[in-house]
Design a protein around this ligand. Structure first.
Ligand SMILES: [Zn+2]
Length: 423
């Protein structure tokens, strides 16, 4: 459970910063011991027996990187993975838009190689087909990589690191474009991965990374983006410091709307690309918002405490009136929210999902069972995947018109009915 007092106590975490190595990582948010959020459990597993690990978040006074201190080994987190990119329409459209934009920017043609790190089911790489570029995915999950192969996207089932990059170079030559979407904060072998990227892009290639933007998390009080898979939470400033250690330079930066706000940076070897005004503009914005100061993160932790109190008030009110609440989907971030706030089946009776890899299991820790959508309806849904709220609202108009409600936990607690938000 979330401990509002722990983060304010002025504790230095017992760790070296994942980027700069300084032992000056200050705890500001302690979400308590939690199970691995993507390791769904069997419903008959004895209560409390899934392994729990500390989920503590700190801020490095030296390089400003925000990070968790406890690492669950990557083999245990990613070798078998229940998340499939292609199941979300919003994400598929996002990949289509991004690939067309990058193909135009970097003039991709048939001779060019595009490598995607953490390529999942190949949803993104498949979008490069119209431009004729050669593509290669690198995906660690043995259960997901075959889905990419099945759709004709060449994919290596392994972890990307410096060794992997050397093997790609030997077999396919240098890459014109290397991409990583939604994986860059996962990396246990952070420096090996960046060295691998440097080797792969050489003097002429470009690396484009999209990662959840810490600035967006702060703005949205999106503490539920924090889970063991996400080791690092980047601002432009902290990611720039990481690349600089390896002779790489951020030459373009922007914030894109996917996942409630993602940072997109374009990186090349230092001096190889003109640095665009977008970099200084975003850096100035970050300074103005205090993203380089510990006090900003302490304020964020206070916002999480306020959100906690408000959401519990709303859910207990439903419970007191005997009204059913189900979770709309069972995303990874939902486990963080439920386990941080101690929400179990007494408040949220079940979750409904369309991902068949999740149906029949239970959310770890909270032990909320996950069922298939079968047409039955609760009186309200708790929208754990609040970053897709607009898509859900469009789809569920009939449910709302018939008196159903959506409880939105983040960025602020809201109850949405047919007439819009009421709280
Ligand atoms: Zn640091």
């Amino acid at each position: 459970m979330f401990d509002p007092a722990a983060g304010a106590a002025g504790t230095t975490l017992d760790m070296e910063c994942r980027c700069c190595g300084a032992r000056e990582v200050e705890l500001f948010l302690d979400l308590g011991a939690q199970p691995h959020c993507n390791r769904l459990v069997r419903r008959d597993l004895a209560p409390g027996t899934e392994p729990h690990y500390p989920l503590r978040v700190g801020f490095c006074r030296q390089c400003t990187l925000v990070q968790i201190d406890h690492t669950i080994p990557k083999e245990s987190m990613f070798s078998d993975y229940p998340y499939v990119s292609g199941t979300t329409r919003t994400l598929t459209e996002h990949f289509r838009e991004t690939s067309a934009r990058l193909a135009g920017l970097y003039d991709l043609g048939p001779k060019d190689l595009v490598v995607d790190i953490g390529s999942n089911d190949g949803s993104w790489l498949a979008q490069y087909a119209p431009f004729g570029a050669r593509v290669l995915g690198v995906e660690a999950a043995a259960n997901v990589a075959p889905l990419a192969l099945a759709r004709g996207v060449p994919t290596w089932n392994r972890f990307f690191n410096e060794d992997c990059a050397r093997d790609i170079l030997a077999e396919h030559g240098p890459a014109r474009l290397v991409t990583a979407a939604g994986v860059f904060f996962h990396l246990e072998e952070l420096h090996s991965v960046v060295r691998g990227i440097d080797a792969l892009i050489g003097d002429t290639g470009v690396f484009v990374v999209q990662a959840i933007y810490l600035g967006g998390m702060l703005e949205n009080t999106a503490f539920d983006q924090i889970y063991h898979e996400h080791l690092c939470y980047y601002t432009l400033r902290s990611i720039t410091a990481l690349f600089a250690r390896h002779g790489l330079e951020v030459f373009a930066a922007s914030v894109v709307p996917i996942h409630g706000g993602s940072l997109e940076v374009h990186v090349a070897r230092r001096g190889r690309q003109p640095v665009q005004p977008s970099v200084a503009a975003l850096a100035a914005e970050e300074t103005a918002h205090g993203f380089g100061e510990l006090a900003t993160y302490r304020a964020f932790a206070a916002n999480v405490a306020a959100l906690h109190a408000e959401l519990m008030r709303v859910l207990r009110d439903y419970q007191a009136r005997g009204r059913s609440v189900w979770a709309y989907g069972a995303p990874a971030k939902g486990a963080t929210l439920l386990n941080s706030f101690g929400i179990g089946p007494a408040l949220v009776q079940k979750a409904v999902e369309k991902n068949p890899m999740k149906v029949g299991l239970a959310i770890p820790g909270a032990r909320i069972p996950i069922d298939e959508e079968d047409g039955a309806r609760p009186e309200a849904y708790l929208v754990l995947a609040w970053n897709f709220l607009d898509e859900f609202l469009r789809k569920e108009q009939p449910f709302l018109s018939a008196g159903g409600e959506f409880i939105v936990p983040v960025p602020k607690v809201e109850v949405i009915g047919a007439a819009g938000a009421s709280k």
